[in-house]
Design a binder for this molecule. Sequence first.
Ligand code: DGJ
Length: 691
Amino acid sequence: MIVHDSERRLWVLSGPSSSYVLHLDDHDRLRVLHWGSRLTVAQAASLPLLPRQPFRPVEDAAEGTLDLTATGGLFYGHAAVQVRFADGTRDLELVPTGQRRTDRELVLTFADRHYPLTVECHYGVHEDSDVIERHLVLRNEGEPVTVVRADSATWVLPRLDGYRLSCVRGQWGAETRLHRTELPYGETVTTSRRGVTSHQANPWAMVDDGTAGEEHGEVYSCALAWSGSWRLTAQRLPTERVTLSAGAGHDPVTQELGAGEELVTPVCAGLYTDGGFGAASRAWHDHQLRHVLPHPGEARPVLYNSWEATGFDVSLEGQIELAEKAARIGVELFVVDDGWFGARTHDAAGLGDWHPNPRRFPDGLGPLIDRVHELGMRFGLWVEPEMVNPDSDLYRAHPDWVIHRPHRRRTEHRNQLVLDLSRPEVADWLYRTLDELLAKNAVDFLKWDMNRPFTEAGPDERLWTGHVRALYAVLDRLRAAHPHVRIESCSSGGGRVDLGILRRTDQVWASDDTDALDRLEIQHGFTQLYPARVMGAWVTDSPNPYTGRETPLDFRFHVAMAGVLGIGGALTDWSDAELERAAELVADYKRIRPLVQHGRQYRLLPPDRELSAVQYLAPDGSETAVLVHRRARRFGHPEPGVRLRALDPGARYRDRSTGRIHHGAVLLAHGVFPDLAPGDYASALVHLIRE
Ligand code: DGJ
């Protein structure tokens, strides 16, 4: 809800338990007076307007408290809006020109004092979520303006006793590793210059005062809904003020805004929570389930994916053999990965030619799809539609469709080039090709991959952002034309996970690293922001192809069950005993799936401990599931009980497998002591049902 106090030029933007208070000060600057617990408008009106700092210029004193920052005058910090007018002027002098307001949306409008450029600040709030969604609209009515930076939001933190930054870092095969460190003075920048969200960093940040834990403390966070290059600047001033500013694009790419043109930035969402990192994550998860995902209520099926089993060696017989085994263990969606199309028998040919390989599928995909459907499973297909191999019919027909600059090397990565989707004819070809593929084949699911970053893309942001906007538009059109099709976002694993792509896809592939132990850390970082409901996780073979580590089947399952369970092993090599055990574990997962995918997550013990654990609680509190993993057994170190969260202390809970009754109060105070097998990589699922 949004309340305005016109006399004091205040706006109070509130969710169920937090408020963000904006104020236009005497110098017409948009200040943030409060971000924290919920305030009434009367309480907000009593907030101190400007701390007395008599010997400092007003601009300087306001630094670190402004919601809308632009280059110019005595402002020297990170500016969210940076432009260059045609005459070379870089200073923006914004004056407020009005507001539009409903219960859910506030738009504050500003215009430059001289040049015909306007800036609109849009804020969206929700009744059932404390997330505030902010974006900008820049409109130019004069000579071309160069937009150097247009951050979607600048979040202003209150003064805290200390500042600690949490974010994730990584690389291919090792994404979303949580990094928590004191925020240094100056500007800490996390960014992607790759044209895609990236494995190296993810566009979100959390800040606390250095004392928050998993279940206590105030946390301020923001996340950008954008799947291209981005930049997030965490600024800590010597005056102990901190801002988080994030937007699309990276330095030094700029965008020209011609006369009559407008730039609508993606949304940057901000969230204040009290209750530690766990509460912050749960609030982000709830928000995505309520307001971001396209089919939030649906249960994601247990899938099988052929990649690790067959690589490029795809055949009708081989896939049918795998599908039969997959059906036997309870798989609900069978996905054929790379290698089914064109001349794609290795990674140097065929990308771009999206028709079944005639030697591998002489009668098309029909016979395989029919068999998969007959087995009671849905059928999914891998595509990488934004790419082309130079050795492909598409490239031979349209060599000019790739992103490239004249007189420059044409860098290939994995033997492929990026199609320039910012060109309408390329985006249109892409839509028509996939539309036809879906119309001709009974495909229920697409795994949409993107395996290389941009190179030689030039300085014009129009290409960088145009590619992403065209991708979004193609996804939107395909979903509208084929409403039954569900989509997984993949980019060499977790290279394209963000709130922008999640608005248009149903799940994501979190990492190519399928080693269960490594995965515990990746999943811990992933779920800081994103819900288990979208986190694809497979059980593959042992030893693991990436790490060579041997782990028991149960351990691999109990790790993958923490997200959207998938199987990716060579099932034709699994023994009958393994297949039978796998079937039992899939059945276990289906029983706890509503809790994992639609319940609330509590990270009980982090993955770097000998024993780690994660709990899921049904939305109505009637059931809870705990996945416990032991990475290494240490002699002489008794294992602690795993204390549960958010149960009713007065209730009794029955263990589904042992029948034992536990008191809620005891589970909260002392925890469960799962009967783990001796040795390393032991694991358990404890499923408790309220009596
Ligand atoms: C990268 C993905 O992350 C893998 O799962 C697989 O689909 C390969 N691409 C196929 O080329």
